[in-house]
Design a protein around this ligand. Structure first.
Ligand code: ADP
Ligand code: MG
Length: 141
């Protein structure tokens, strides 16, 4: 995986601005993985990305439903794979219908899919530096 760029975001407002910039380079059909510990800001980034992509509804963590669908142009799927145990669980949620669609697919905890191919275009890795500061690194695959 090629490293694209890193930056430090000193507070959530800077994260919002970063998400609005990143949203300009993503297109329908792209799958974006978000990695980082609990509370790193995966859902927060999804929230601002959806807003930047034109979605005005509620963006919440899909940790129980596993997938949230947002009526938007482009359509957005928001997944959280934290509770996925194996490939069968991924097949059961119909993963291929999300990752090989014209929609943008945002995937929190993508690493839970292990070696299952998720057609990932960008990985956004979030590191907690302190209470309000995050280091973001984007990898292009
Ligand atoms: P995750 O989905 O990774 O578990 P959340 O997005 O649910 O994380 O929570 C991240 C928390 O960290 C939120 O309460 C958010 O307000 C807070 N936060 C503080 N600083 C930042 C920042 N710079 N960027 C993103 N979130 C931040
Ligand atoms: Mg989350």
């Amino acid at each position: 995986m090629k490293k694209e760029f890193s930056c430090l975001l000193a507070n959530e407002q800077e994260t919002m601005h970063w998400a609005f910039s990143f949203a300009k380079i993503i297109k329908g059909g792209d799958v974006i993985a978000l990695e980082g510990d609990l509370g790193a800001g995966k859902t927060t980034i999804c929230k601002w990305l959806c807003k930047a992509l034109g979605f005005n509804g509620v963006v919440s963590s899909p940790s129980y439903a596993i997938v949230n669908e947002y009526q938007n142009e482009p359509f957005i799927y928001h997944l959280d794979l934290y509770r996925i145990k194996n490939e069968t669980d991924l097949q059961d949620i119909g993963i291929d219908s999300f990752i090989y669609s014209n929609a943008i697919t945002l995937i929190e905890w993508a690493k839970m899919a292990k070696s299952f191919p998720l057609n990932i275009k960008y990985t956004v890795a979030i590191k907690i530096i302190n209470e309000n500061t995050r280091e973001i690194t984007v990898f292009n695959s």
